[in-house]
Design a binder for this molecule. Sequence first.
Ligand code: FES
Length: 226
Amino acid sequence: MTPTPTTVPADSHERGSVDLAHCDEGALLGILDEVERRHGFIPRDVSDQLARLIEMRLEKIRRIQGKLDSTLRRDVLRHVDAWRGEEGNLIMILHAIQNEYGYVPREAAMELSRELGVKLARIYEVLTFYHYFKLQPPGNHTVVVCNGTACYLKGAADLIHEVQSRLGVGEGETTQDREFHFDVVRCIGCCGMSPAVVVDGKTHGRVKSSDISGLLDAAKKTGGRA
Ligand code: FES
């Protein structure tokens, strides 16, 4: 069934009716602000039309969510079946999930809790105990600054500060656009070339603060994670 166009006549005397169905969220907010400014309130017919429009969009999102959920459920079940009945299987399944997604999505942890009969709180105890596990999607690129003793003595703190101020994130965080994830670690075994920075798996030695922006720019020019 073709939905009836959802229009708002608020400023029709100037620009004609606006088909709300073709407006993105930013445009909708702008129109609502305009309507409110002109009328001092949002008229009932406009709010009813918007409510219908929102419900239609939510329905589409729910359908997409349903498809994603079933894919995730199938992935979790595959890993559970591979390790079912094995001692210590929880951690092995969490590893498998993280290897597959790059992190452990909350929905996967909830599915795992149901399948294994393990409390969700217990799963999060394990996830937060081991530094290896990530609870957020990783960045497209990874920047790691070594802060082991040798690197610390050669100025790792300056490098950490430079990366943090350029990316606007703290240790263990990912930029909002998900381009970069930043980590600090203790000794990566390259003390002879300290201070060391690893960008997307490639180690750079004797790094200076002034090198950081070039390293980040170079990383951006590559594709990063598939
Ligand atoms: S302390 Fe940084 S590589 Fe060893």
